[in-house]
Design a protein around this ligand. Structure first.
Ligand SMILES: Nc1ncnc2c1ncn2[C@@H]1O[C@H](COP(=O)(O)OP(=O)(O)O)[C@@H](O)[C@H]1O
Ligand SMILES: [Mg+2]
Length: 257
């Protein structure tokens, strides 16, 4: 199968106050079609930089070297149509003065050539798909009327409304309560499995990563430490750093439970 995405020797350097910060250094990584890949690593390891580079959303201050190729597209990707992006904070990604159904419908209009009637029908369908109650009424609600978890479900509905081949979720559950977090992870997994969408699931939480991903890539200081099938990587990590991450997680579990 043609991979969705090939990343070759990707380096990204930010310039800030005449200083250069190398956020990614020589990253080689492929994302398979329909693959669920988790990117894990501590804060500052370059995870968001990778996501933004893939989506072409890096700030102008970023210098990019290397290549990102989309062999199955054969053209540069279009955000919304080829890539759906779910960010950490749905309050920031949703428009506070637009009804949620309209925000989903807008994506369908822009990327699937639908008229408003079709797009609203799809918005209702998607609100049901992300398991929100009474979609016909809910589509007229505004973001502030919804809980954090409900807003994130709306953001996910908007992200898949253009039927993208790749869904990127960058810490998409990190701001939510643990129980809601688990539900959202299960929802994302179900949606990408049903649609055959590739998933880049970015998290600092190795437990969440192993719940959703077939493959995990570990990042540290802008470098890919190791990547492997989830079960193999968790059972027998090759790198000391991955072992440390796993141990830190297990230690946390023991104190919490
Ligand atoms: N817009 C920016 N300008 C300057 N430095 C940045 C910018 N965004 C991120 N960085 C730096 O790049 C590195 C990687 O950041 P980031 O990709 O956000 O990591 P993560 O998402 O894993 O927390 C960090 O050192 C961070 O401070
Ligand atoms: Mg980040």
């Amino acid at each position: 199968m043609t991979p969705a995405l090939n990343i070759h020797r990707l380096s990204v350097t930010y310039r800030r106050d005449r200083q250069e910060v190398e956020a990614l250094s020589g990253v080689d990584l492929d994302v398979g079609a329909g693959e669920k890949l988790a990117i894990i690593g501590e804060s500052g390891s370059g995870k968001s930089t990778l996501a933004l580079a893939i989506a072409g959303l890096l700030p102008a201050s970023a210098k990019i070297a290397g290549r990102i190729e989309w062999p199955s597209l054969g053209r540069p990707p279009v955000n919304g149509r080829d890539i759906g992006f779910v960010f950490q904070d749905p309050s920031a990604s949703l428009d506070p003065v637009m009804a949620v159904g309209e925000q989903i419908a807008e994506v369908a209009r822009a990327h699937r050539g639908m008229n408003w009637r079709q797009a609203y029908a799809l918005a209702e369908e998607l609100l049901a798909r992300v398991k929100l109650p009474e979609p016909a009424a809910l589509r007229k609600a505004y973001p502030h009327q919804l809980s954090g978890g409900q807003k994130q479900r709306v953001a996910i509905a908007a992200a898949i409304a253009g039927r993208p081949g790749l869904l990127i979720a960058d810490e998409a559950t990190s701001a939510l309560d643990t129980i809601v977090q688990r539900d959202i992870v299960a929802l994302i997994r179900q949606l990408v499995d049903e649609d055959g969408t590739s998933l880049l699931f970015i998290t600092h939480d190795i437990a969440l990563a192993s719940e959703i991903a077939n493959r995990i890539a570990v990042f540290r200081n802008g470098q890919l430490v190791e990547a492997g099938a989830t079960e193999a990587l968790v059972a027998s990590p090759q790198q000391a750093y991955t072992r440390l991450l796993l141990q830190a997680h297990l230690g946390l579990e023991e104190t919490v439970r």
